[in-house]
Design a protein around this ligand. Sequence first.
Ligand code: ZN
Length: 264
Amino acid sequence: MTRRLAWAFVTLLALVAAACAKTAYTNRSQLLLISEGQEVALGLQSAQEVLKKEKESGDDLQVERVKRVGQRIAVAANKPDYKWEFRLIEKDTVNAFCLPGGKVFVYTGILDLTTSNDELAAVMGHEIAHALLRHGGERVSMALMAQMGGQAASLALGSSVSPAASQVFNQVYGVGAQVGVMLPHSRSQESEADEVGMILAAKAGYEPSGALSLWRKMDAYAKSKGQNAPGWLSTHPTTEDRIAAIKSKMGAIRAKYYQRQALR
Ligand SMILES: [Zn+2]
């Protein structure tokens, strides 16, 4: 190794160390090459794109329901720097997502599959958990590392959003011709979002078993659609393992976080 290369390597290690953070609740180390502020700025920009392309539901009752359940989970998430907003999109696709910064979109296609607010809370808790745990930023960082190698690490020091980061963010969040079609999360991010999503729903007063009935339903729905599982389902592997993991964590989460409330 030449001296120059060695220096580059040491610098890279230092930057990577500086860019390492810990996730809320699960305390996992993660590599983040973009700051939370950059992530939020990109999230807000993407939310504008989504609103330009999608049609909001005119069903006042359901719009209010999504806002009410979402707001309760937002309070549980305790993220005051996020500007929470909950929108119901009129589209028969099984989809929901939360952009960094707190813009949450639920599609009527997924809402129609939920038969209780506990199940709706499981959908929103899961999506809000992805944002809270900065899974998007982590995926952008990994993609940047893969594309740019050592150079990517220097992005961690910049205060403005680099064009490369912005481009990768749009790929990860599916902001383009087809909005809301994201790249799938990793398996570990999925199980983390399941766990933290259940915690948030329970803290908000929703029965955490809503996650169990939701994923059983999703599993059956995905199987009925075969390879053509749309939107949300194509990015969320629903397996026996996942349902077993939810089951195994549910009791402890309920005991620690859930307080039965008479919620509308
Ligand atoms: Zn997910």
